[in-house]
Design a protein. Structure first.
Length: 162
């Protein structure tokens, strides 16, 4: 289990650094999604299974939907479509796929190995405990994050409209 943690940590750091240094937004997005998936793997290895699922659904899924929404909202025409086709050639997927392969192999190995959370020395956090924590002592932080996301959405709308 420690090996999976370290593999996921290396993949997360490398993919984040690559995402920051990309000029092309689509390429940066692919590496950023890989970084979020490897972060979810880290959450899984430390026993926070619910946080790992939320990481994939909320962050990785929502960012992909937001990217598609912004691309649809901008609607830049045929020149942009041709440019996107050139950017999304199958060779572009080689880098993220090579980085995700050891992460996938290690995750499949851990999932096929029949060990419980207690045997690994972890406690499993239930969804109810997360909800009580988020809407108990951390309710102000949750509301501030939602206001920040709302401000970003309104700003993106105003920047993109003609």
């Amino acid at each position: 289990m420690n090996l999976l943690f370290y593999i996921a940590a290396v993949v997360s750091v490398l993919s984040t650094l690559i995402a920051i240094t990309r000029v092309n937004v689509t390429h940066a997005l692919l590496y950023f999604i890989l970084s979020l998936i490897s972060l979810a793997t880290i959450f899984y290895t430390i026993g926070a299974h619910f946080a790992a699922v939320l990481e994939v659904i909320v962050y990785a899924g929502a960012i992909m939907v937001m990217y598609v929404f912004v691309a649809m909202m901008l609607n830049l025409g045929h020149a942009t479509i041709d440019q996107e086709r050139a950017w999304l050639k199958p060779t572009i997927w080689i880098g993220p796929s090579l980085m995700a392969a050891p992460l996938l192999a290690a995750l499949v190995f851990v999932l096929l190995k029949d060990t419980s959370a207690a045997e690994m020395g972890h406690t499993v956090t239930a969804a109810k405990q997360v909800g009580i924590a988020l809407f108990g002592p951390y309710v102000l932080a949750v509301e501030l994050a939602s206001m920040l996301l709302l401000a970003g959405l309104v700003g993106a709308y105003h920047l993109a409209r003609k």
